[in-house]
Design a protein around this ligand. Sequence first.
Ligand SMILES: NC(=O)c1ccc[n+]([C@@H]2O[C@H](COP(=O)([O-])OP(=O)(O)OC[C@H]3O[C@@H](n4cnc5c(N)ncnc54)[C@H](O)[C@@H]3O)[C@@H](O)[C@H]2O)c1
Length: 454
Amino acid sequence: MTLQYNNEAVSYKITIAPGALAQAGELLCLQRKVLVVTDKGVPSQYAEAVLAQCPEGYLLVLDGGEENKSLDSVRQILAALLEHGFTRKDAVVAVGGGVVGDTAGFAASCYMRGIDWYNVPTTLLSQVDSSVGGKTGVNFQGIKNIVGAFHHPSGVIIDTRTLDTLSPRLFAEGLAEVIKMAATSDAALFRLLEDTDDLRPIMEQVISAALSIKLRVVTEDPTEHGLRAVLNFGHTIGHAIEAAAGCSTSRELPPEDFASLIPPTPDGAGPSHLSEMLAPPVVPQGTSALRGGHGRPRSPEAIPAAVSHTAADNSGVVPQAPVSVSTLGHVRGRGPQAERSGRDEPALRAKISGAEAPVGIQNGGSIYHGEAIAIGMLYMATGEAKERIEGLLKKYGLPTEDPFSVDELMEFAAHDKKRSGKTVKLVKVDQIGSFRFEEAGPEELRSIIQARKI
Ligand SMILES: NC(=O)c1ccc[n+]([C@@H]2O[C@H](COP(=O)([O-])OP(=O)(O)OC[C@H]3O[C@@H](n4cnc5c(N)ncnc54)[C@H](O)[C@@H]3O)[C@@H](O)[C@H]2O)c1
């Protein structure tokens, strides 16, 4: 399946198919120097598959996780490009989730004032969201995506088989994004999600439908002043939940896409209630506590004892080498073991039962961005639409409840980035497949939150 991104200045192809990586040599222009950038949490075979089709390929393996969406990672990419004599005619290929794509795309935008890059997104979230739109960038001084550029890829390959190695929780998080798009804009896709027992065989169709919505929205509203706000369905309360869970900073952030900073804690798997995700933070020694709103807490397993990008050289670049197991893919950010580790069950029970939360719960949490948005959507839907969204979230193991009071949510929703003046621009869904915008003042917002708390 192929989609096309077109605007006045840019046009590129998005290929979606199981096994598409094997066609990288035909789909992308790899007959030049190519730097394949991936991270340690991405199974090595995906970068290897691209590398094997590059006559002159180099590999750079970054540390993974939101905290490595940084200028230092950009520096590593630029150093590798320079060291291997890349020119304006050469290219970068990002193989990984949104962190790798945003970082490598941004490095490509800077090197020699911009060289080609290709995006090979390997998480469901990055496939249905960050693969189009051209936003690249990194976090800086604790602020998410504050340094960046619009630099579209020259091509995108979405190999649906890469989803086979994704943890169920990460898969569900990506699905929350799909549900969001379907709820506002595609009733047929929503129905498909409801009626299908096993989505995996039809992921090509699901991703294509979700991406088509995003393509339509970003093409119609490239400047993000109108229709694009529909992509914020669930964000007002979702961000408040992240903040209340201690998954974002209370610091005033600049507007536009600067979500939050999440303290690292171990993950929990497949909860249906947000309370189950909340646990005291476990901050591995020597790591920072910065996190981004789209990012997730990193498990201790994801933090290598020593930073070693590859076995080959100090720059972390392996020239044309077959990638050995020791250089790639063995420090997984969120394997099933990582997801089960370290949860503080008494603390969780206390929070669920409404008892006073043990120290740490309020300030440390473990909720993925997509999970918070999932709950946030339910505040903004009404009637049958709400019931159907709730049904889908439950079906796919996403949370539907949060434990926060109206006051707690109000406090954090007041910082919402979509606030203009004294009102917030809400996206409401009354009927699946359609939406409306509603400007809400504090009292209206309070009563919307209250209605769900009764
Ligand atoms: N540019 C945009 O328009 C845009 C849009 C949405 C989100 N984003 C950004 O995307 C980032 C989040 O992306 P993400 O959710 O992909 O997170 P991520 O890149 O951190 O990936 C999540 C984890 O999954 C691992 N992983 C990746 N592919 C895998 C696979 N196939 N199998 C097993 N593990 C795999 C990664 O190593 C990582 O540990 C955020 O930084 C956010 O700001 C950008």
